[in-house]
Design a protein. Sequence first.
Length: 210
Amino acid sequence: MSSINKLTSLSTQTLSLILERQRFPHAAATHDERIQGNMQALRDGIRGLGSSAEVDGLRQQYERMRGMVGGQTLEDEREDERELPPPPTPRKSQEQVYTPYTDDPDPDLEAGIMLQEQRRLMDDQDNHLDALSHSINRQRDVSLQINSELNTHTALLDGLDQDLDTTHSRLNTARRNLERVSKGVKGNGSTVTIGVLILVLLVLIVIFKT
């Protein structure tokens, strides 16, 4: 079952390459080698699987893709092209109906490829949006942390301002006290001088009497 799944995936990739090759003929050379390798791998893989409903579907898609690249520049494929062994005669309900090849891609197949491409693009966009959301959340967390640190610094600065105001008030009070003392000393200078002279006279009188 895993081999069938791998071949189915390979068949889908090959069909996408063929459709792209038809849309952009000028770039056909870049796809020829890969298409050739995929077709060879599909042919060998289908030949080795025997017969079943899934294998019959792969065989049918292989034949249609071979018709789509027929007459174009796949040299090795044309040189070594051999018919796949026909599957056992199926029941009428499982008869394969081969549609003739036309220059226009099958609308259903092209729609399926386009749907796969759209899903892939949507998945890529979802992944991008998830990464963007994660980045935005990280930036929001960093912003909140910075805001918290700024609030802390603001509180510290406010406390420092209050301390400076208190110190300034105390210095003003001390300056006013010193000014009052200085004024008091200047106003009572003569009284202090007289008191000192009287004290000196008393000391001299005591000395001379003794």
